[in-house]
Design a protein around this ligand. Sequence first.
Ligand code: G4P
Length: 537
Amino acid sequence: MHLAIKGARRKMSLTKEIQRRKTFGIISHPDAGKTTLTEKLLLFGGAIKTAGAVKSNKIDTHAKSDWMEIEKQRGISVATSVMGFEYKGNKINLLDTPGHQDFAEDTYRTLTAVDSVIMVIDCVKGVEIQTEKLMEVCRMRNTPVICFINKLDREGRDPYDLLDEVEDKLNIKVRPLSWPISMGKTFKGVYNLYNKSLNLFRPSQRKLADDIMAIEDLSDSKLEDLVGDNNANQLREDVELIEGVYPEFDKGAYLRGEIAPVFFGSAVNNFGVQEMLDTFIDIAPSPKSRHAEEREVSPEEDKFSGFVFKIHANMDPNHRNRIAFLRICSGKFERNKPYKSMRAPKPLRFSNVTSFMAQDKEIIEEAFPGDIVGLYDTGNLKIGDSLSDGESLTFRGIPSFSPEIFREVINKDAMKTKQLEKGLKQLMEEGVAQLFTFDMGSRKVIGTVGQLQFEVIQFRLKNEYNATVEFAPMNLYKACWISSNDKKQLDEFVRSKNRHIAYDKEGKLVFMAESRAWLQMVQDNYPDIEFHFTSEF
Ligand code: G4P
């Protein structure tokens, strides 16, 4: 009996911890205001005290050949990769995503570890290319999205046009939950359609709280006093139109990733941020069940499980240890408890476990579903690894995408071949780029989404592994993972296209296509072979 009570109590406290957790990421095209918004959210959470405390995590194009700069940025990015803070009884975990497009893979993987996303759009520029790509990744997992249209203090585009553009380009329905009253120099504020209140704009970078007042009835003449006759009438018209055109906000549709609620504001002026945050904690999902290959795993299960979505090498080249970022999916994670990794022969124990509370990292004893912990690792873990309390579980959902730039690795120092092999293996485990091998491993090709990674790889191989490489350009269009129900056909395909067949890091078969037209022709000629553009199919 006593034991049963203890068990029930444990379960209740686990449920409570899960329900108060919100784990999310902010995505945007560079410069839309992600860093600024992050900072304001942290101010609300009390995680930082002053504006300017969050360093921008972006590696700008000027830094391309400046190695110290990139190394410095790597340091900053680990410190601000995950920011945890408390807000109104909720434990919020904000996962940062690199803005630079050359690090898009890293962002895609981080998005597998979040339960929802806030997307920032610049009202002057509208939907930009990087936002489109990131949104595609969210759509793959039906991740719920809240949209924050930023920089309303600037002369931006017409709000109706912006909403249309989000729907068209991002392929998601929208539902405004706030509406701007004018814009730019004459910007007056926003009307919150969700809780029927008016938020008046007073520009200030240091202001903490919004100036919100309840307006039950928009026909109230008070509105004229506050925003002027023209704006008051325009707002009444707009609200009537919106309420007429858009169906009522459907939280279920948002949680299924079908509809994105939209807020308008100005991050740098800390305007409209709190009302979005308050709605966010009200509607954003807590950790939900996740698919493992073997079965569906509920966060409420007693036993711990989780997966590694990011690995960061230590800054100090003398110590090869790395930090693995673990997303907890179920049960309670405990420091020093032995956990099973599918690839390690023996259970792994982690004594050095850190949380990522905004400023200072601290050692933690336990963590709950939705939390991200940093595990100090000496080379046992790699991206995509699942950990569990004994059961064989493999969480899916960390696909590799076909890279866009391919180069062959040329070893310039045959005496250091071993170091090169080791360095390449470890950098690939960190997810810096993808490695494809031809001809029984004797030829190695690296694929990336941006130029910058080649410089990073060359620099780090030299600096951390003492191996010298050069890269030879390769004229490749795409890497396609191939499969077929017809084994004979597949074997025959591999034989006939031998020169273009490589293996990825898992030993999966990959067809390296030289051009779009040629790929199309090959696809037409081999209807029984399936060509996949991500490694998970
Ligand atoms: P990112 O992380 O998405 O790349 O964007 P970030 O927050 O760094 O913002 C990019 C620029 O946009 C910054 O200006 C920032 O101050 C500005 N910004 C952010 N929110 C607003 C807003 O609501 N209104 C206006 N007018 N500007 C905004 P910067 O000049 O590049 O940098 P800084 O010198 O101001 O820091």
